[in-house]
Ligand binder design. Structure first.
Ligand code: PLP
Length: 395
């Protein structure tokens, strides 16, 4: 096992080493990290629990009801004896929510992408991905064995160039996210739909970071753009704004039946725990009925970006509640995140290879756990920390 040790040493030397930091408490957007020198609560800016639903009494109640009704696990894959009517109920809710004919649950967003993409395309087909697409999308593409062509982030001209070149070579699948978690920016969905139609491709949109936050019913950016009937495959997770766990794929009835028969991560894996599905059911209903939640998050994000501008952060902020602050060099971003940790802010440093060389950043992920008065204070503390370390940050 010597090669593990030397690999780890090399990885650490390159400044890429990652380690776990277990929490002993996690509540109201505050974290208590085990083994910290001083016992104190950190303010969490790295969570995707955008609407603070993970601690909502309605999710807890619905989760507990499912737990008590069906037990802790279903004991088998759904195609065996692990299928519950409760799962179908959630799938129906999701289909209605997303404006699609049908939906299918997966164990997680990661499992959805690594199972669904190889079911849809294979050798002889071509996949066009945005360079910033999530790792699970790339892993799905690798498993599929299809030819992979990456276009520059949100660059329609580059995508069209690739589509033109590949015209007529097997099936084409374009895969994008609707809201990108690294840049906090939004895909040009209407233009993407026009392009995939022009070149007769399928379009897969991953709404991981947008589900629950956009559109009339909170279904996501596809709903906001009025394109629900134009996108063939939509995937999203229950683990982010919906405060639960698991994922869904939404689309046509045939897509659902096809994936039940073809997606290996669906076929060969145990059904979700009932408690998780109970929480997800409550979350979808809550999001539909409470548009004020997403409005409040948008207001809080706008306020925080204003605070950073007032504190002197140059550049133009992005459109969403995910607020990256560009640092440039990976080691500097890490040093800043560590200093922020010391002063009580839990932020993630995002470095290459996750983002392109020279565009390392720290990222604020805003949630309804953060109060307005607290955000002004956080912006001040963050900018003071940048000045102390002589770091030139910008939006
Ligand atoms: C988080 C994320 C996933 C993975 O979802 P999980 O449910 O956490 O496995 C997939 N795709 C994108 C775009 C994501 O941001």
């Amino acid at each position: 096992m010597d090669h593990l040790k030397s690999w780890l040493a090399d990885y650490a030397a390159a400044g890429r080493y990652r380690s776990l930091r277990p929490l002993t408490a996690r509540r109201d957007g505050r974290l208590l990290v085990a083994g910290d020198a001083v016992s104190r609560y950190l303010c969490d800016f790295s969570s995707n629990d955008y609407l603070a639903l993970s601690q909502h009494p309605e999710l807890i109640r619905s989760s507990r009801e499912a737990l008590e009704g069906y037990g802790t696990g279903v004991g088998a894959a759904r195609l065996m004896s692990g299928d519950l009517a409760l799962f179908h109920q959630l799938e129906q809710e999701i289909a209605n929510f997303k404006g699609c004919a049908a939906a299918l649950l997966f164990g997680s967003g990661y499992m959805a992408n690594v199972g669904m993409i190889p079911a849809l395309v294979g050798r002889g087909d071509v996949v066009f991905t945005d360079r910033l697409d999530h790792a699970s999308i790339y892993d799905g593409c690798r498993l599929a064995g299809a030819r992979l062509l990456r276009f520059r982030h949100n660059d329609l001209a580059h995508l069209e160039e690739l589509l033109k070149k590949e015209r007529g070579t097997g099936r084409g699948l374009v895969i994008v996210e609707s809201l990108y978690s690294m840049d906090g920016d939004i895909a040009p969905l209407a233009e993407l739909v026009a392009l995939k139609n022009r070149y007769s491709c399928l379009l897969l949109v991953d709404e991981a970071h947008a589900t629950g936050l956009y559109g009339q019913h909170g279904a996501g950016l596809i709903q906001e753009a009025g394109l629900a009937d134009q996108v063939e495959v939509v995937v999203g997770t229950f683990g982010k704004a919906l405060g639960s766990y698991g994922a869904y794929v939404a689309g046509s009835q045939e897509l659902r039946e096809y994936l039940i028969n073809r997606a290996r991560s669906f076929i060969y894996s145990t059904g979700l725990p009932p408690a998780v599905v109970g929480a997800s059911l409550a979350a979808v209903r809550l999001v539909r009925n409470h548009p004020e939640l997403r409005r409040q998050l948008a207001e809080r994000a706008a306020y925080f970006k204003d605070c950073l501008i007032r504190e002197g952060l140059p550049g133009i902020p992005g459109p969403s509640h995910i607020v990256p602050v560009m640092i440039g060099d990976g080691a500097t971003a890490l040093r800043l995140a560590e200093e922020c940790y010391r002063v009580g802010l839990f932020l993630t440093a995002i470095r290459p290879p996750t983002v392109p060389e020279g565009s390392a950043r720290v990222r604020f992920s805003l949630t309804l756990h953060h109060r307005l008065d607290e955000l002004a204070e956080v912006a001040r503390l963050f900018m003071t920390t940048c000045h102390h370390l002589r770091i030139n940050a910008s939006f």
